[in-house]
Design a protein around this ligand. Structure first.
Ligand code: AMP
Ligand code: ZN
Length: 139
């Protein structure tokens, strides 16, 4: 529990939220500034800032909640699809430093595009460079 974390305060009950799903280890609630109706956040109930800070077991519990809840939101709001993702770290746009997964309902023609739309100008990377990168990540 972090005293200056808004999501810890939600878990504590000090700040209200619209809960949509809850387990012993995770909580899901509606985003206060939804990108689309039904936009929800899934969080672990203990304070961890980044994905890499989460114990693997807890990361699995978070993903279980995401996979249970995603289709339920889609059904409830009559959406066609979902964009599911994280802003993991400040440079990626993370504003609340408590791990959270965004679930955003999508519809054909909503104009928001795929996650790829956040990165204008795809790079053409030579095979050798891909091989080096893969080796570096593996090791
Ligand atoms: P991020 O930029 O990935 O850190 O996203 C943080 C998200 O938390 C934003 O979409 C905010 O709208 C949402 N948010 C911030 N405060 C609250 C709150 N008290 N209740 C619900 N959602 C919140
Ligand atoms: Zn927190």
């Amino acid at each position: 529990m972090s005293h200056d974390c808004i999501f810890c305060s939600i878990i504590d009950g000090a700040i209200p939220c619209y809960t949509v799903y809850e387990t012993d280890e995770t909580l899901a609630f509606l985003d206060a500034n939804p990108l689309e109706p039904g936009h929800a956040l899934v969080i672990p109930k203990t304070h961890h800032e980044r994905l890499g800070d989460l114990p693997t077991e807890l990361a699995a519990r978070v993903w279980e909640t995401v996979s249970e809840l995603g289709p339920q939101i889609e059904f409830a709001v009559g959406a066609d699809s979902m964009t599911i993702g994280m802003n993991d770290g400040a440079a990626a746009g993370q504003e609340v430093p408590h791990v959270h997964v965004h679930l955003v309902p999508r519809e054909q023609g909503d104009g928001a595009g795929p996650i790829h739309a956040a990165f204008p100008g795809q790079q053409d990377v030579p095979d050798e460079e891909l091989a080096e990168l893969a080796e570096s990540i593996r090791s």
